[in-house]
Ligand binder design. Structure first.
Ligand SMILES: NC(=O)c1ccc[n+]([C@@H]2O[C@H](COP(=O)([O-])OP(=O)(O)OC[C@H]3O[C@@H](n4cnc5c(N)ncnc54)[C@H](OP(=O)(O)O)[C@@H]3O)[C@@H](O)[C@H]2O)c1
Length: 262
């Protein structure tokens, strides 16, 4: 029987994290790298990626970057190709790059719907397919962690309308189950994380409009997520400690979803 430290050890594994240049993706990259994985970050802006990689490297993590738009199929194919060329393997895929758009459903621009859906769910599908086809299935398995949201477990409050975001994140939760069912036979575990509010560039608008204290007060734990709160679940889903867990989601939300019923 392995010790709990051995079960969480990611030495020798390689992780690809989309949207890894800041926010939740960078936090998850820290968790994976600190546990021993080599990390490839992806997002669109090279300067931000360079800065994020420098931050990880300063912590002793073997980290590199590739710029790609995760809403574009050709970029996602290139991302899988180049990651395999440069890292040799992809044991852990974190589908995290995401976008939101706020507007009442009756006024919601179709272009905004397409933008959100293309990145938040179509991109997750294409990259998962590429990585599974090229590496995980032929090489005996892997881990996929999909970043969903508590917005995928129910509706937003009426004064926070984001129809495409809710729809895309709900889709991520069931995409996770469907993929886990199909790919269990290939020893690929697929799980989802559903964060509540974490301060980041993506959530800055909502935090400003509704107020950090007000949003925190909606959580039974009376707090927002911080720069450590996703590390534990990331390591559980990525490591052998979680090898019998697949098709699940875990809300990391201070308890918001137990009140809203997600
Ligand atoms: N923060 C929250 O409260 C919260 C709550 C629930 C769920 N989430 C989810 O967590 C994930 C990360 O969000 P975050 O809060 O960390 O947001 P963030 O700080 O805005 O970071 C988003 C990351 O995704 C990248 N990105 C955006 N569009 C991209 C594209 N088309 N192609 C490739 N990369 C792209 C960004 O870099 P570039 O802009 O340079 O490409 C950045 O690295 C998202 O899926 C979001 O829905 C966040």
């Amino acid at each position: 029987m392995r010790t709990i430290q051995q079960l969480h050890d990611l030495q020798g594994r390689t992780a690809l994290v989309t949207g890894g240049s800041r926010g939740l993706g960078l936090q998850m990259a820290h968790a994976l790298g600190e546990a021993g994985a080599r990390v490839m970050l992806c997002s669109r802006k090279a300067d931000d990626l360079e800065q994020a990689v420098a931050e990880l490297q300063a912590g002793g993590i073997d980290a590199r970057w590739i710029a790609a738009d995760c809403a574009v199929e050709e970029d996602l194919r290139r991302l899988a190709d180049q990651t395999l060329e440069r890292m040799g393997r992809i044991d852990i895929l974190v589908n995290n790059a995401g976008a939101s758009w706020a507007a009442p459903a009756q006024d919601y621009p179709v272009a905004a719907w397409d933008k959100v859906m293309n990145l938040n769910i179509r991109g997750y599908f294409i990259l998962s397919q590429q990585v599974a086809r090229r590496w995980m299935i032929p090489n005996g398995g892997g881990r996929i962690i999909n970043v969903a949201s508590i917005s995928g477990l129910g509706a937003n409050p009426p004064d926070m309308p984001m129809i495409a975001y809710n729809t895309s994140k709900g889709a991520v939760v069931n995409f996770t189950r469907a993929l886990a069912s199909e790919w269990g036979q290939h020893h690929i575990n697929v799980n989802a994380v559903c964060p509540g509010f974490f301060p980041s560039k993506l959530s800055a608008g909502a935090l400003k409009v509704f107020g950090e204290d007000t949003l925190a007060s909606h959580a039974p734990l009376r707090r927002l997520g911080d720069d450590e709160d996703l590390k534990g679940i990331t390591l559980l889903f990525a490591s052998d400690a979680g090898k019998h867990i697949t098709g699940q989601y875990l809300a990391v939300d201070g308890g918001v979803s137990i009140v809203t019923g997600g």
